[in-house]
Design a protein around this ligand. Structure first.
Ligand code: ADP
Ligand code: MG
Length: 348
């Protein structure tokens, strides 16, 4: 680990209206550049040039398309100010991995733009540890970023590769396709509700882990290339994201209420109605939602066993455009309102 620099680095700020002033970039103890060097610099392995120059350099293999995604986490909007730093480090990369997984792309390189109110070394060390734990697990290389002072927020841009033409989009759904979800959508919402004292869980551990430490379905996303017709990750709630898939594929959908995997949610201690609402309208799930032809049912059951990850068939796409209907066994499916999270909706 590099030694702490003895002379702090300073930013020189000058504008016509003000005299020349010298401001510490972060604190006299830890400069912006110390911080980057100490916590965010790792040797380049797959990139030609990583952290430390004006830009990073990397190459995409021939016949591959570059898949690029960006997601931000903002204090007060996406997490509480006192959220654990290690969890935030993990999650800021995990939410981006989830987006690439939903395209069927292999994640490779990331940049990290970090806005910090202060250079709190303990916080930064824990954040970096969480970030690199996730990066190591999914073999992602941090190749650059930006570090500024301001209200706590972090933005990752993640670059990945997918064989040209094989990315799984939201628009490929075919009439009559089965609809599937991975894992346990709704758990993270229950974790959030328990932090806000809206529910009292008898078993909060899994719900809080889903909230702070989402596991991006990278392996599943890659395996679904060639099986799924359309796919996205559930970040804003199952119904809201299903509506996106339906809209892009220009098809309606029919959900089977009895097939929705609410049992794992009920195990945390909520009732059936709370479980169903968390599953349909929660958010922060980072599970995959995809459509696939009937003929792939056996292949998907085998994949679920291989990955040790539940894949649940929850309904199907309609034969034509239309609303999302819920069949609750009454023989009279009813339309469901769309209730995904919208940052700019009134009252959001
Ligand atoms: P510039 O002024 O050219 O934008 P910076 O001083 O912002 O350069 O950054 C110096 C180097 O450190 C660059 O290579 C940049 O990509 C990298 N960098 C800055 N902040 C981070 C960070 N939080 N994580 C990873 N790399 C970073
Ligand atoms: Mg910069």
């Amino acid at each position: 680990m590099p030694e702490k620099s003895k002379t702090p680095l300073y930013l020189i700020w000058h504008s016509a209206a003000e005299p020349l002033t010298v401001l510490p970039a972060f604190s006299a103890m830890l400069s912006e550049f110390d911080l980057i060097r100490r916590y965010f610099t790792r040797p380049a392995r797959h990139a030609d040039l990583a952290v430390g120059d004006d830009a990073a350099l990397f190459r995409v293999a021939p016949d591959m398309q570059l898949a690029v995604t960006t997601d931000s986490l903002v204090a007060g909007t996406h997490f509480f100010h006192d959220a654990p730093a290690g969890g935030l480090g993990w999650k800021t990369l995990a939410v981006n991995l989830s987006d690439l997984a939903a395209m069927g792309a292999v994640p490779r390189w990331a940049t990290l733009a970090l806005t910090l109110p202060e250079a709190d070394e303990g916080w930064i060390a824990a954040f970096a540890e969480g970030f690199f734990k996730c990066a190591g697990q999914y073999e992602v290389e941090l190749i650059g970023g930006d570090t500024t002072r301001g209200p706590l927020a972090m933005t990752v841009t993640l670059f990945g590769e997918v064989p040209a033409g094989q990315g799984v989009t939201r628009s490929g759904g075919q009439p009559g396709d089965d609809l599937w979800i991975s894992g346990w959508p709704g758990l993270a919402r229950l974790g959030l509700m328990s932090l806000r004292n809206r529910v009292r869980l008898i078993n909060a551990r899994r719900a809080l882990a889903a909230l702070h430490h989402p596991v991006p379905r990278v392996e599943a996303g890659l395996a679904l290339r060639g099986i799924a017709h359309a796919m996205l990750d559930i970040s804003d709630g199952l119904l809201g994201d299903l509506a996106h898939l339906c809209e892009c594929s220009k098809l309606g959908a029919l959900l089977d209420a009895r097939a929705l995997p609410i049992a794992p949610l009920i195990e945390t201690g909520v009732d059936e109605a709370q479980a169903r609402s968390a599953l349909l309208a929660g958010g922060d799930d980072y599970e995959l939602l995809f459509s696939a032809p009937r003929q792939k049912r056996n292949a998907l059951a085998a994949l679920a066993r291989k990955l040790d990850l539940p894949l649940t068939r929850i309904g199907r796409l309609a034969e034509e455009a239309g609303p999302i209907l819920l069949d609750d066994g009454t023989g009279c499916p009813r339309p469901l309102g769309v209730c995904g999270y919208d940052h700019f909706a009134p009252g959001a």
